[in-house]
Design a protein around this ligand. Structure first.
Ligand SMILES: *Cc1c(COP(=O)(O)O)cnc(C)c1O
Length: 332
């Protein structure tokens, strides 16, 4: 069966559908990054969105598109991170039952955060795959609708609304950088940006500690990649061996993918803290990290998507300890 692709109109529809829940986030000029690069660099501050990441856009567009019957039966997802939080938030707002399936391996601190959202938590198995399987069991047995974190047309169209806002606020944009994991974000950005300006450059940043999309593109098909801990934990996770949408769309739209190491993610996070006084997570700092470390070629009108801020303050404090009081600029 050929599946219907996501088009620009879907992204515009998403925009009006999600407007009551989602923020049009600020696009902030970065004096510091612009001076450093000699280019105009702007930061799209999705860390300031509802639930502190862009994931609210895709989650809201998907859930608001469900039929009354589907809403009455409830929904389920298997994301422990920003997407799970966004699904729980939207479900609560609309009075829909939500079940988040997680494995026994998910750290207690994360489980506590998820519990506070009011969603039901089901702990099952000891891998992310087990949790995902359980969501699909609930769909079959109880009629819940699975809300997939990235491989879904409504989720993709929702994430694409970031692209519409960027074009509105900075029409001269020629390069967009953002963290790349399952590819929902880049698929949506691709539809919104490249259908408007085909010559715009879209650049993905992934973690060298588990770059499933990058490795899959190299292999020519979705593959499983071994993962290690990383400051950019929101960029971990497979793309699904049965990937339906994002693998093709990322291949079509993304011009370049750079892999970043732990020091590089730390550079971006510390730069944002020191120069712009904001705490953000590694995945969200990836665009800044890439520019500071000369990992990418950009045009002269650059937008970096600062995608979220789910990071334990203890991690940030430890990083600051390790810098011995030197500023990020001094170290690089
Ligand atoms: C999910 C996420 C990403 C990557 O988005 P994908 O659609 O999975 O590629 C990047 N940054 C943050 C903060 C995220 O939560």
């Amino acid at each position: 069966m050929k599946r219907k692709a996501v088009n620009l109109q879907d992204v515009w529809k998403a925009r009006s559908r999600i407007a009551p829940i989602v923020q049009h986030t600020p696009l902030m000029f970065s004096e510091e990054l612009s001076q450093l690069t000699g280019k105009s660099v702007y930061l799209k501050l999705e860390n300031l969105n509802t639930t502190n990441s862009f994931k609210i856009r895709g989650a809201a567009n998907k859930i608001l598109s469900l039929t009354d019957e589907e809403r009455n039966k409830g929904i389920t997802t298997f994301s422990t991170g920003n997407f799970g939080l966004s699904v729980a938030y939207v479900a609560k707002k609309l009075g829909i039952k939500a079940v988040i399936c997680i494995s026994q391996r998910v750290p207690d601190a994360k489980v506590e955060v998820l519990k506070r959202t009011g969603a039901e938590i089901e702990v099952i198995g000891d891998s992310q795959d087990d949790a995902e399987q359980h969501s699909y069991d609930l769909e079959r047995e109880q009629g819940l609708t699975v809300i997939h974190p990235f491989d879904d047309p409504h989720v993709i169209a929702g994430q694409g609304t970031i692209g519409l806002e960027i074009l509105e606020d900075f029409p001269e944009v020629d390069t967009v950088l953002a963290g790349l994991s399952g590819g929902g974000l880049h698929s949506g950005l691709g539809v919104a940006l490249k259908n408007t300006n085909p010559s715009l450059r879209l650049i993905g940043l992934s973690t060298a500690n588990g770059a499933a999309m990058y490795e899959s593109i190299q292999a020519g098909k979705p593959i499983v990649v071994e993962e290690q801990n990383t400051l950019a934990d929101s960029l971990l996770g497979g793309i699904g061996l049965q990937n339906h949408y994002t693998f093709q769309m990322v291949r079509q739209y993304v011009d370049d993918i750079a892999l970043l190491n732990e020091k590089e993610f730390a550079d971006g996070m510390l730069f944002m803290l020191e120069k712009h006084r904001m705490v953000i997570e590694g995945a969200a700092a990836s665009g800044i990290s890439a520019i500071l470390n000369n990992k990418v070629n950009t045009g002269s009108n650059v937008v970096i998507v600062v995608s979220g801020c789910s990071v334990d303050i203890s991690v940030v404090l430890k990083m600051l300890d390790n810098t011995n009081g030197l500023s990020t600029i001094d170290r690089i």
